[in-house]
Every structure is written in structure tokens, then in C-alpha cells.
Design a protein around this ligand. Sequence first.
Ligand SMILES: *Cc1c(COP(=O)(O)O)cnc(C)c1O
Length: 496
Amino acid sequence: MELLYRSTRSDQRRVRASEAILKGLAEDGGLFVPESVPVLDRSLRELSGMSYQDTAYEVMKLFLTDFTEEELRGCIERAYDSKFDTGVIAPLHYADGAYFLELYHGATIAFKDMALSILPHLMTTAARKNHVTDEIVILTATSGDTGKAALAGFAGVPGTKIIVFYPKDGVSSIQEKQMVTQKGDNAWVVGIRGNFDDAQNGVKEIFGDTYLADVMRQAGLRFSSANSINIGRLVPQIVYYVYACAKLLKAGRIEDGQTVNVVVPTGNFGNILAAYYAKLAGAPIGKLICASNENKVLYDFFQTGDYDRNREFILTASPSMDILISSNLERLIYRIAGNDPVRTAGLMKDLAEKGTYTITPEMKERLADFAGGYATQERAALVIRRLYEQDRYVIDPHTAVAAAVYEDYRAASGDDAACVIASTASPYKFPRSVMEAMGEACGGMADFDLIERLSELSRTPVPRAIEEIRTAPVLHTRVCGRDEMKKAVEEILGLS
Ligand SMILES: *Cc1c(COP(=O)(O)O)cnc(C)c1O
């Protein structure tokens, strides 16, 4: 049976999965959602004996029904290969009463790799299926993590080019080094004299430039986005929740019929939404615990039913969760609105115009599967230290927010079902804040000295992603003003 996708905001034409991946966003500005969430046709017991790649096929075939088995397996094999430093791709580590699902064993040691390593292959396959012969040009503005993960995913993929803009003085030195050393003759990295919003707005303007789009078409090129609202990013994220449940069954940590709680350090609401879809698809997931840092818009939303972005933006040690508009939440809103696009569009209009919206009590009742929590930076740091001292296990500041929220949830609810905590970044990505939390004096120490010391203390090898940038030559030195971004794109693409 073919699964079609529709917009959260209107009753416009349904599209196949491959079209939804190519388009990214629906024409009315809404997000694509499956008309119904498909259900796994393999038992958890059967899945428990499968590799990550086979599990990925079993999950993705349900959502991407217009891809052939050969196409899907081809994408999966090219994505989940030796770019990951472990054959199991997403290992579970037991510590302090929970299972940490380590989603950071890919090319850029953060969970974005789980989806961005396969998205380029899904996109080029989708283009072929839809007889699109244009080369796909990915344009991305990044505040750090996404840019590098997108570069690593698209570099060297035939039929694609990628251009990443980042604020020249607005990312960490390790993040910048990761990007400017990117290899691949289809990849370009450009520093902007401005902040992340400037870069983001510049990219939006280029996407909206119809004259440029014409010139592009004549040159056999078309823009696309690797944004987290693309279902080509969402669907691959469902896989690891199914995989984690299956592995807990295999290890005898849960019995048939028992459920697993899931805690997710949340920003844009993509990762936790994937866990929700996994539950709807039949994975034995109990509570979905949404963990926020001080930017606790989502915590407040789950408490009160009011979403309110009108508040101070707080910079924290978990920057990938410093978000006031969680774009993927729209898919959950659509569902609790009874799959009603008119109501969803109304709420999203309120959000755009007033920065706030309120759901009905009836909609709020449909959120019973979710629990919200938040933890401050100080609290997360204490958890990093405790896990290190107790278990010699080192976690990153994002994962630590989730671990702290789980501690609170468990104390308040008494719910001691097995629990999976999504571990979204390697501690090596944030060596300074992690080492400070561990109680190490790092004043004046250089990044790579910190990394050596972290390796000694955690007794884990320095990841390849970090080793590589230590000696890698800088390949990208282009810097431009905020108003010169379009010109940079035209030069790079040979359009001027
Ligand atoms: C992107 C990111 C998150 C947030 O994930 P969302 O899908 O945006 O909720 C959390 N932690 C890390 C390390 C990330 O890179």
C-alpha cells in the first residue's frame, strides 16, 4: 500500500515520499506528515536479531513506500558504513539506572549524523525517481553542528553540491576547524561577517529569489535544504528507537509486552517526534520525556498548553537546544488537533504573528504520552560529574540535561520502567564545559590539550573526527559580508 504525505496546514495535493523529500516544505508553508502512521510488520523479537542496517530497512520501507527495496538498501548501505566508528552504529551504554543510546558514532560525533549521512542518498534517489536531472544544491546556514554534519553527508555525493554559511565569529574554534577543513570538490564553506540570524536570513533570501531560481534552472541546478523538517531526516531517526527497544528485548532487559521510557534532549523537536512515531508504529515505548535546558518553552507548553516564544533567549552550555521555536512540534500539534490542517494553520499563524498560541483542553489531553522537564546548566554539570565519579562514564552537556530530567521524572513519578536516554553528542565535542563539570582545572589549556586529558580521564580513545582536524589543512577561507552571500553563491556555482 502506498503511503502518501500531506501538509499540516491545508488540504492541498498529497505527495509520495520521494516528492516530499525533494520539496522539504509543503507549498503552503506546512510540514509533510504521513496520512497515517504505518505499523511495523515484524515482531520486536524478529527485529531483535537484526543489524542496524536491516532494522533501518524494516522501518524505512514502511514510511518511504515509493522507494524500491534495492534503492532503500543502497541508501542504507552507503550511509551506515565505516564512517561510523562502531559496527552496531548506535550502541547502548548502561549507567546509573538508564541506557544511554549513543547516537554520536558517526562522522561528526553528534546525532545529526544519524540522518544527514543518509539524506543525500535519499535525495539523489528521489531526484532520479522523479526524473529530476538538475544537480541539487544544498544551501545551509549553521550555528555549528548541522553545517558540519551536512557537509560530511553531502561531500563527494554525485549529483549534489553543498554550500554552508556560518557566522565567522559565532561558532567554537573546534566547530570552525571542523568545517573549514572539509574535503570534497562539491563542498564550499563561507564565513559571514555577521551573526547566525544574518546567515539564516541571507539563505532564506537566496531561496526566495525567483530570478536566481530561473538562472539556476537554465544551468541545470536547483536549490534544496537539509533542514530538520525534511521527512528524509525524520524517518531515519525513527530507526534507532525501534533498534534500542529490540536490543533491550534481546538482552532480556525487557520482556515481551513491557515498555521502555525514552528521554530526549530537545531543541527543534525532531528527535523526540521520531521517538513518538516509533511508538505509533508499534515500538514498545511508554513515556516520551522531553528534556529542555533554560530555554524551557517546551516544558512550559507541556505544563500549561500555552506555547510562548516571547521570552529572553538564553545562551547555555547545550547550544543545540537553545531554541525558542521548535519547528517539528507542528507535526504533533496537527495530530492532537485531530489531523485538522485548518486548526493547525490557525495556531501557526498565531505563533508567527503573536509569538504564542494556546491549545484546547481536549488537545492537551492527547499529550498524555509526553512528560516535560528541564534542567539548568549547573544541574546538568552536577550530573556529568556524578556519572563520571560513579561510573567513569562521561556524557556531553546536552545528554546531561536529559539525564537530569530523567532523575527528576523518576523521583516524582516512581516510574522505574527501563529507560533509554538519547545521547546526542560526544563529550569530545564540548571538552571545555565537560571537563569543567568534571571538576578539572582547565583555565588556559588549549583545546587539544583538553582533549588529551579528557581521553585519559574517560579512558576512551580520541574520536577520529577530532584526530583528523588536528592536522588537517584549512581548505576554505572565503569570508563575505552579510549582503554578499548571493554573490558568493553565484561565483561558486559559476553563474556570474
Ligand atoms: C540538534 C541537537 C539536539 C536537538 O535535537 P532536535 O531534534 O532539534 O530536538 C540535541 N542535542 C544535540 C547535540 C544536537 O545536535
